[in-house]
Design a protein around this ligand. Structure first.
Ligand SMILES: Cc1cc2nc3c(=O)[nH]c(=O)nc-3n(C[C@H](O)[C@H](O)[C@H](O)COP(=O)(O)OP(=O)(O)OC[C@H]3O[C@@H](n4cnc5c(N)ncnc54)[C@H](O)[C@@H]3O)c2cc1C
Length: 147
């Protein structure tokens, strides 16, 4: 139990609830200090939640966010275009998108299209209908949707 507590404490020094409230419900925490995913965009998104929740407690939940993130790997490996791929996960027997994995040189830019589709509840069939400029790496998303 102690070991578990220590490990968690290293990841997030300040504990918050789903509304980003600390143990003192009038004090909020945002960003790396309290989030599991430590990125600039998650820090900003959590700050927006705290700013909204401070005057109107308990309106916006951290768990409601759709958060994209990518791991930037060794540049030489990432630059090897043959190793790139797009995987889109859909609900069984429907085109509802559940998530995606993109490994590519510009994966961080490409994943935004999937995030938009998730937030706007756009299905895979619609993605397949979107005309993507050619030749672009993002066209791999359309090709995956087509497949
Ligand atoms: C090498 C590196 C590369 C990264 N690359 C990426 C990336 O490519 N993409 C991405 O999304 N994220 C990246 N990150 C993560 C990103 O930088 C952080 O997630 C983001 O900066 C968190 O924002 P924040 O406001 O929570 O904290 P911070 O940006 O760390 O801001 C906290 C601020 O509080 C100040 N501070 C600390 N203690 C006190 C105090 N006692 N009193 C007053 N001020 C204090 C600090 O000086 C700092 O300015 C990277 C991080 C590192 C270290």
């Amino acid at each position: 139990m102690l070991e578990k507590f220590r490990r968690f404490e290293l990841i997030t020094p300040i504990w918050v609830d789903d509304f980003l409230r600390t143990s003192n419900r009038r004090i909020y925490a945002v960003g790396d200090v309290c989030l599991e995913h430590k990125f600039t965009h998650t820090a900003e998104a959590s700050a927006r939640i705290a700013v909204r929740n401070a005057p109107f407690p308990g309106r916006q939940r951290l768990s409601a966010l759709t958060i994209p993130w990518c791991a930037y790997t060794d540049r030489a490996i990432a630059d090897n275009e043959e190793a790139s791929f797009v995987k889109i996960y859909v609900h069984e027997r429907s085109d509802r998108i559940l998530g995606a994995t993109i490994v590519a040189r510009h994966a961080g830019d490409m994943i935004n299209e999937i995030t938009l589709a998730l937030v706007a509840r756009v299905g895979l069939r619609t993605l397949a209908r979107v005309i993507h400029d050619y030749p672009t790496q993002a066209d791999a998303i359309k090709q995956a949707a087509d497949a």
